[in-house]
Design a binder for this molecule. Structure first.
Ligand code: NAP
Length: 418
């Protein structure tokens, strides 16, 4: 391997995709077990490597020299073999985290800052927060003096940084703290980037609190490492543009809207056009139950259907890069709305009630019922959606309009906040 990444489990790594934008070197993933480390660093058969969980400390111990940042943090995420064969280590997560806070317009100066978690990423966040002038930096650890049982001691916090894996794929939906307990909160930084919106980020957005997911940190630390990896290349990577490109690729596209508005057909058109996997949560429910939806309603009742639907929504929406058509009532439960928003751009497909198709739909019995259902659900579709698109004359026209609107939606992300 010339350039690449070492770590224990690398299956979901975004790094190869990101490094494509950062230089013309080949970037190889090299998962390894702890007993392979000594040999890897003794042979030194590489020019430069990034290092991830759980080897950041081990790699630092095997370097001949460390940058000042790496020395202060006590671990490295980048190791470079110098021309004389010696190993030099840096921690570009420092730059990455600092960049993420700056991009989101979150200023630590004079802010009491809570750092959730006490692992490697927490060490970096603590240093950056202190270097940027935080008035106090408190580490919240499950087993520490400051823990999740006495958060009320710190209700005056101005910034919260999540450096734990709580809410991260595959355990989407877990909420690490309740933000309503922090009335002075002005910034939330979550190092997690899968999903893009953890419950912490969703809560911050709902409360109009500045926030960022972890992708800018990931891309920025990669960009800093790439400065060491590149040879004879004078690139100036556009970090926000790379974040937008990666996010656009990874976000699911979820369609919500009334029963019979055409979600499933439009989703098929979109999925084919974009070369993406299409899922339909009603199809998933039918497959799990082994019977048609009217039969589930008739034999087991609506609550049983909704439970099954929630499981299918969760399963579909925690994936990446999919096109997902949902049942009309998928937005009724809060847990579903959060699951749908977590890793997706949500599109509300709006269609006048008198144009909805009603065949085979147990709740769409008559015009009056439909009108009532629409009035009840409209605020929920709006609350869940990032984009609203009126259904066009054909599914192709609607799909084209969705693509155009998604482009604009993505362009609005990761712009510098001042
Ligand atoms: P780590 O060394 O494994 O530390 C994670 C810390 O989180 C642990 O020390 C633990 O602290 C806490 N924690 C673990 N499970 C928890 C649970 N169930 N509930 C509450 N707290 C829990 O990992 P790390 O390297 O610091 O990374 C932490 C997170 O940041 C990961 O999600 C990682 O993917 C992300 N990260 C992102 C970037 C990026 O570029 N965006 C860079 C680095 C890391 P206590 O035992 O003290 O509670």
């Amino acid at each position: 391997m010339d350039i690449g990444l070492i770590g224990r489990k690398l299956g979901h790594s975004l790094s190869p995709e990101i490094h494509k934008y950062l230089g013309s070197y080949e970037y190889t993933l090299r998962p390894m077990e702890p007993e392979e480390l000594d040999r890897f660093f003794a042979e030194r058969d590489f020019r430069g490597v990034n290092v991830t969980i759980p080897y950041k400390k081990d790699a630092a111990e095997r370097c001949d020299e460390l940058s000042e940042t790496a020395r202060r943090i006590g671990c490295v995420n980048t190791v470079i073999k110098r021309p004389d064969g010696s190993l030099w280590g840096d921690n570009t997560d420092y730059f990455g985290f600092s960049y993420m806070a700056d991009l989101a317009g979150i200023d630590f100066k004079n802010q009491k800052t809570l750092i959730l978690g006490s692992g490697g990423a927490s060490l970096t966040a603590r240093l950056v927060a202190a270097d940027k002038g935080a008035s106090e930096v408190i580490v919240i650890s499950r087993t520490g003096e400051n823990n999740y049982g006495n958060l009320d001691r710190h209700s005056d916090a101005g910034i919260i940084v999540n450096c734990t894996p709580v809410g991260m794929y595959p355990e989407n939906g877990k909420r690490i703290v309740d933000l309503s307990a922090f009335p002075r909160l002005r910034g939330v930084l979550d190092m997690i980037y899968n999903p893009f919106r953890t419950p912490l980020i969703l809560d911050a957005q709902a409360g109009n609190i500045r926030c960022s997911d972890g992708l800018p940190m990931l891309v920025a630390q990669g960009a800093k490492s790439a400065e060491y990896f590149r040879v004879n290349e004078n690139l100036k990577p556009d970090i926000p543009a790379i974040c937008r490109a990666v996010r656009a690729e990874k976000l699911n596209i979820v369609l919500v809207g009334m029963p019979g508005c055409g979600k499933s057909t439009v989703a098929s058109v979109l999925a084919k056009d974009l070369g993406r996997e299409k899922l339909d949560t009603d199809d998933m429910v039918r497959a799990r139950a082994g019977k048609p939806i009217p039969a589930i309603f008739a034999e087991e009742g609506e609550a049983a259907f909704r439970d099954l639907e929630a499981a299918c929504v969760y399963e579909a929406a925690r994936g990446s890069g999919r096109v997902i058509a949902t049942g009309g009532g998928a937005v009724l439960r809060r847990e579903n709305r959060e699951a749908l928003r977590g890793n997706s751009a949500v599109v509300f497909l709006e269609r006048p009630v008198n144009e909805l198709s009603t065949g085979g739909r147990p709740l769409s019995k008559d015009a009056e019922t439909l009108e009532r259902m629409y009035a009840e659900r409209l605020p929920l579709y709006r609350e869940t959606a990032d984009i609203t698109v009126r259904v066009g004359a054909t599914p192709y026209i609607t799909a084209a309009e969705i693509k155009e609107r998604l482009k604009r939606y993505n362009e609005a992300a990761y712009n510098q906040r001042t």
